[in-house]
Design a protein around this ligand. Structure first.
Ligand code: SF4
Length: 319
């Protein structure tokens, strides 16, 4: 049995940055440091930062007055910053810069008097953060959800959640453009999501079963699974070897493995060890390493103003 390993897969620059910010916050301020929402959507990453002294809460109101809080990579609405200010909290913002860019686009188009459509998933943390930035209507790209009832000559701007299906989003945008041909459309699906879906497509073309390693609440992991299923290949999303059902492997000669942007490489390695393949082949073009700068108020903690990722990239040569 052979394993085909997608490249790229796993941690993106935004996740690297968010995890580093929690580490640096603990070094600078001591424990506990609070984290509003899971720092990234992966239970093992959350458990790791909690083992170092972070405490995850769902609402800013749960953070004791005067404490230090890191806001998660998914972004937060302005109301969270206002509550933090009222409570005298020190806020370290781990919002991915690519999500902040969407927030800034929302504010810019609002200033220009445009009506905004956000293509995304109701209830996802990133969507909660983005919809708080300005007035906008949400369209779910997974369904033919109703478009806003705006006159055809309205000036419209279309933004997207960063972790959506590239293909489904293109279809949703085509529907919006049909109604509003002059709509301004931003391509907000991030480089990490796009590249991982492209590699997963290649993987699905050459394998009989695809295993996506990551968390059930990770949007980009679920989209990777969807990519394989839409290609007609069986696919499962599992956190690690403990969720691997060996009956899935009976009669299968070629297994594809990929992982979402919030999945540590050690979870991928553990699954590969549990499968114990004869050979491992890399599939996909890889990805240039991207690094985001840490926030100004933590920069002094890092020698030379740069940082090294601490992620244990066991299979780094494949990335
Ligand atoms: S998946 Fe994309 S938007 Fe999300 S944290 Fe990673 S780089 Fe940023």
């Amino acid at each position: 049995m052979d394993v085909f390993l997608a490249s790229p897969r796993g941690f993106c620059a935004g996740v690297d940055l968010a995890v580093d910010i929690v580490d640096l916050a603990i070094q600078q301020y001591g424990i506990p440091v609070y984290v509003k929402h899971q720092i990234v959507h992966n239970p093992k990453v959350v458990a790791d930062v909690e083992a170092k002294g972070a405490i995850t809460v769902e609402n800013v109101e749960e953070v004791p007055e005067g404490a230090v809080v890191v806001f998660s990579a998914h972004g937060s609405p302005p109301s969270d910053y206002q509550i933090a200010s009222r409570r005298g909290l020190t806020v370290l913002d781990a919002t991915c810069p690519l999500v902040t860019r969407v927030h800034n686009e929302a504010k810019k188009y609002t200033r220009e008097g445009k009506k905004i459509v956000l293509v995304g998933h109701a209830g996802h943390q990133e969507v909660i953060g983005t919809t708080g930035q300005a007035e906008m209507e949400l369209v779910d790209e997974r369904q033919d959800s109703k478009l806003p009832d705006w006159s055809k000559d309205s000036e419209v701007a279309v933004l997207t959640q960063t972790t959506l299906s590239v293909n489904d989003t293109a279809r949703a945008i085509a529907r919006i453009k049909k109604r509003h041909p002059n709509a301004v459309v931003r391509n907000d699906i991030c480089y990490a999501t796009t590249n991982r879906q492209a590699a997963a497509t290649e993987l699905a073309d050459m394998t009989e079963l695809v295993l996506v390693i990551g968390a059930q609440n990770s949007s980009n992991c679920n989209r990777l699974k969807d990519v394989a299923i839409k290609k007609g290949v069986r696919a499962h999303l599992i956190n690690g070897p403990e969720e691997l059902d060996h009956s899935w492997l009976y009669g299968v000669e070629k297994i594809g493995i990929t992982s979402g942007a919030s999945t540590p490489e050690k979870q991928v390695k553990a699954v590969i060890e549990a499968i114990s393949p004869d050979n491992i082949f890399r599939v996909g073009p890889g990805e240039d390493k991207t690094t985001f700068a840490i926030p100004r108020n933590l920069r002094g903690m890092v020698s030379g103003g740069t940082r090294q990722s601490k992620e244990d990239l066991i299979l780094d040569e494949d990335n």
